[in-house]
Each structure stands twice: as structure tokens, then as C-alpha cells.
Design a protein around this ligand. Structure first.
Ligand code: PLP
Length: 412
């Protein structure tokens, strides 16, 4: 029976709601987020309310979505198929799906990629199978598995804790606390369970996760590492395999799953899981819930993904990466190396403010100067603080970076 409201302790949704300030509502009300745009060209957007702005909001770090090859592929698909083909991928699918998965496989040295509609659906479809030992490439001890979710891992994984807890205990650890992972691994080891560790690769707000170090720590326990590298895909590696893959030695090591995004630097839409063998692919195809009981990536975007994957394989993406990293270096120099992530091979930079109020003032000053950023508040950053998040792109011009740095300087 449900307990009366006053005596039961709040569930996690209630706690989160009650601890969240009205900062996001206020940012909307003051026109500092939720911008409606009517057109865009590169990093310039036309605002519905009038005027143009320079944006540091989109996570398209290489600007591929306006590439003529992607646009032509989507237009051609529209003409040949219409806007959509309504079927789960196991029933009937356009030829683009296997072309995409083959090209992704080429990007990843022959490891197998399975495309999903989003990164969130990769998590939802794959993690229960991983924890159950259903994927042949990822054996689980007879005692079962235990999930260890890093504190800053993306919310799309955190939200699954309840679901994962039905398969094995699901606990959090904190990489900012040096002993936390080792302690958690020892505790899991004592139960005879196989640890499954969930982390980001390139953090969506800050930092690069030491995926190689975590994998080494996991080895003695026979554990598996699941990396959500949504922000890392395309931005590193000769074929754009991404941060985590390169940090793990330019291959998919045993016991590692990489979940990637096709919707950020990749230039298209969707997500994918990278696994070692066809045997794993067959299990995913048969049992990953969103693949069995859901649609494929929408057709024009699926065709655009194929075109984007070709640009990864043929080296064009590597040239765009150079521009991105040059821009990151320039922005770091212009901001005196003071921003969150300065010097890191991450396309995300953040100006941290000790109070929400100061972050509001900075976002307003930037907007006034025609520059749009993402203002972030709790639970994305520590309670009471604020962050102005800049997503850098290969398409930003030096003058764009100079302008943003100058306005930001005036707010400090
Ligand atoms: C690190 C990370 N993982 C997952 C997601 C969710 O991606 P999707 O919208 O494809 O589910 C995001 C979204 O921005 C993200 O930043």
C-alpha cells in the first residue's frame, strides 16, 4: 500500500525536483536559452524574435550537417522513399542501414557497429543484456553482475539505475575520490559478481575520463567497461573513431563496449554500439528492446549518416578535426587558459561562476553582444553555481572566438 505523503521518504525524482532551483525557467524567461531559430548558416543563426547571433550551443563540433554530401544523400533518400519507412529494423529496412553499419565497422578496424535511434536507446537496449551475460563477447560470473556508475556519467545512464538494479546491484562511484573505484571493485569482487563500469568518454560538461586507467583497474576482476563517448566520436583519430577508441589504443579492447553518437560531431542522427563480433550483433538484433520494438533512424538522416561515414573513412573528417583543435587552442590562448577543460582535447569549454546570478549576468552580456552559449545550473553543475558552456566547432572563425573571449572577459 502507498504510504501517506508525509511519512514516506522522497523518491529520487522528488528529491531532484525539490533540489533544483528555478534557474532554467528563469533562463527561458530572460531569453538566455531555448532560442528559436528560423535559419542558420555555419555558426550564424537567425533568431525568430529578430536579429542574427553567433552560436556556441550546437554539439556539431565539425559542422558536417551542412556538408553538401549529407544534404544530397538526404534529398535523394526523400525522393526514393518518402520521409519515413514505418517498420522495425528486423522486419524491413532501407539499404542505408547496412551500408552505415559496414562503414562504421571500417572506421573501427573491423569491430562491429549496431545503429540505434539514439545513444539513450543504446543504453536501454544493450546494458540489460551486458549485465545478464547474454552478449558472447562479455562473459559474466555465475554469481551475476554488479553495475558501477560513475557519478558524472551522463544522465541517460543514471536514469537506468532502477532498471539495471533488477539485473544486478547498481551503485555509484566518484572518480574525483581517488579510492572510490578501487573500493567499489573490491566490494563487488568479494561477492563473486562481475563488475560492469559505466562512464562517459569526453564529458558533456567537463573533463576527459581516463578510460585506459579504468580498464586496467577492472582487469583483475574480469570486469567490463561501458563508455558513453557521445561527445568524443569523430573529433579524434584518422577516421574519426573518437576519443575513447583512440585512448584505448586505437582498437576495441576485450571487455569494452563503446556507445557513440551520430548526432553530434558525426553530423547526422542516432547512436551506435561498438562490439567485437557478429555473435554480439546477433544478440543485440534479437533482444535489444529498442531494436526489436522500435523504429530505425529516420530515413533521410540514415542516408545522411552513410554520407557522413564516408567522409570519416575517406579522411575529410581528419582535416576538419585540425580546424577544431586549432580553434580550441586559439580560444584557450584568448581566455588565458582559465576555462574549464582548457588545454584538453575536448571541444567543450566552460566559464564557471561561483553563483547562479553571476552566470546569468555573463549569459545576458554575451547575448547582448550577439553570442549564444548554454547556461548550465544544478544538477548539471554544483548546487548554487553556474556555468557558461561553449561548444567549439571547426566552423568558428578566429574573429568569432576573439569576440566571445572579449565579452566573457568583461563579465569576470
Ligand atoms: C554523453 C551523452 N550521452 C548520451 C546523450 C543522449 O543522446 P541521445 O539524444 O542520442 O540519446 C547525450 C546527449 O546529449 C550525451 O551528451
Amino acid at each position: 500500500m502507498t504510504q501517506p505523503q508525509s511519512t514516506r521518504s522522497p523518491n529520487w525524482v522528488e528529491s531532484r525536483i525539490s533540489r533544483t532551483s528555478d534557474a532554467l525557467d528563469r533562463a527561458f524567461d530572460e531569453g538566455l536559452t531555448g532560442h528559436t531559430i528560423t535559419a542558420r548558416k555555419g555558426k550564424r543563426v537567425v533568431l525568430a524574435g529578430g536579429g542574427e547571433a553567433l552560436e556556441f550551443v550546437s554539439c556539431s563540433y565539425l559542422g558536417l550537417e551542412e556538408h553538401p554530401a549529407l544534404i544530397a544523400a538526404a534529398e535523394e533518400a526523400l525522393r526514393r522513399f518518402g520521409v519515413h519507412f514505418s517498420s522495425s529494423r528486423n522486419r524491413m529496412r532501407p539499404h542505408y542501414l547496412h551500408e552505415l553499419e559496414d562503414l562504421l565497422s571500417q572506421m573501427y578496424g573491423g569491430s562491429r557497429a549496431v545503429a540505434f535511434t539514439s545513444v539513450g536507446t543504446v543504453h536501454l537496449g544493450l546494458l540489460p543484456l551486458l549485465g545478464t551475460g547474454a552478449l558472447p563477447g562479455y562473459p559474466i560470473a555465475p554469481a551475476g553482475s554488479a553495475f558501477l556508475i560513475e557519478k558524472t556519467a551522463h544522465s541517460s545512464m543514471q536514469i537506468l539505475r532502477g532498471l539495471l538494479g533488477q539485473i544486478g546491484p547498481a551503485h555509484r562511484f566518484d572518480l574525483a575520490d581517488p579510492g572510490s573505484l578501487d573500493r567499489a571493485l573490491r566490494e563487488v569482487g568479494e561477492t563473486g559478481r562481475t563488475p560492469v563500469v559505466l562512464v562517459d568518454g569526453v564529458g558533456s560538461m567537463g573533463g576527459l575520463i581516463d578510460v585506459a586507467g579504468i580498464l586496467a583497474a577492472l582487469r583483475p576482476y574480469g570486469g567490463h567497461l561501458y563508455v558513453d563517448d557521445a561527445h568524443g566520436i569523430s573529433i579524434t583519430g584518422a577516421r574519426g573513431a573518437g576519443y575513447a577508441y583512440e585512448a584505448l589504443g586505437g582498437r576495441l579492447p576485450e571487455n569494452v563496449v563503446i556507445a557513440g553518437s551520430l548526432s553530434k560531431a558525426f553530423g547526422g542522427s542516432g547512436g551506435f554500439a561498438l562490439v567485437p563480433s557478429e555473435a554480439d550483433v546477433r544478440v543485440l538484433r534479437k533482444f535489444a528492446n529498442p531494436l526489436v520494438f522500435g523504429h530505425s533512424i529516420m530515413l533521410p538522416l540514415l542516408a545522411a549518416n552513410v554520407a557522413a561515414a564516408e567522409l570519416h573513412v575517406n579522411g575529410e573528417v581528419a582535416r576538419l578535426q585540425e580546424r577544431l583543435w586549432r580553434n580550441a587552442e586559439t580560444f584557450d590562448a584568448l581566455t588565458g587558459g582559465r576555462l574549464v577543460n582548457a588545454g584538453l582535447r575536448s571541444p567543450v569549454r566552460g566559464a564557471l561562476f561561483p553563483t547562479e546570478e553571476e552566470a546569468f549576468r555573463a549569459a545576458a552580456a554575451l547575448k547582448e553582444a550577439g553570442i549564444l552559449i548554454l547556461p548550465a545550473f544544478f544538477p548539471t553543475v554544483a548546487k548554487g553555481t553556474g556555468l557558461a558552456r561553449f561548444a567549439l566547432s571547426a566552423l568558428h572563425e578566429r574573429a568569432d572566438l576573439e569576440c566571445a573571449a572579449k565579452v566573457l572577459e568583461g563579465t569576470r
